[in-house]
Design a protein around this ligand. Structure first.
Ligand code: HEC
Length: 148
């Protein structure tokens, strides 16, 4: 297509269209690569108390849904983990200091790259909270440092 329009106006409109697409692509790819954590999640408390029953439930859900990647002790060394590529390695949950509420949403929403499945279509919120209780009280090797 030949356009008679030349000069500053058309050049700048072409470059702003290009800039728009570059920005759009950056936004789209950034979205797939980050977790979706709602504001205030870090302050959310686990509504499921760490009773022996809840921990038992959390442990069995962990075993069937998480262990294949995160490993029996949460070290990130399960059989499905890609250990050759450090960037794709599942998180080591035994040293995680992620607050309960943030952990909940990471499990609930998952992320695309590196791939961590979303569990919101497979579990109830209480089930995910039970896994959070299990991960933070049984897989963590030591409690988080006390707030100053
Ligand atoms: C297909 C493999 C896979 C499965 C299954 C999986 N995860 Fe993950 N998970 C990952 C990967 C990979 C990461 C690291 C993502 C990153 O680096 O940001 C991750 C990260 C996480 C994190 C973030 C770590 C942190 O400290 O904030 C949590 C929490 C987590 N997983 C919990 C779970 C739980 C609980 C389950 C089961 C309900 C589960 N994952 C199932 C692959 C998996």
């Amino acid at each position: 297509m030949k356009s008679k329009k030349t000069g500053f106006t058309s050049v700048s409109s072409v470059s702003s269209v290009v800039a728009f697409f570059v920005l759009l692509c950056a936004l789209v790819s950034a979205q797939g690569k980050t977790w979706t954590i709602p504001e205030g999640a870090a302050d959310e408390k686990n509504p499921v108390a760490s009773t022996p029953d809840a921990l038992k439930k959390g442990a069995s859900l962990y075993k069937s849904h998480c262990q294949s990647c995160h490993g029996a002790k949460g070290l990130g060394d399960g059989p499905e983990a890609d250990l050759k590529d450090a960037r794709r390695k599942p998180a080591n949950l035994s040293v995680s200091r992620t607050p309960d509420g943030v952990m909940f949403y990471k499990i609930w929403n998952g992320r695309d790259e590196p791939k961590m499945p979303a569990f919101k279509s497979q579990m109830t919120k209480d089930e995910v909270w039970a896994i959070v209780a299990y991960a933070t009280s049984s897989l963590r090797v030591s409690p988080p440092a006390a707030a100053p």
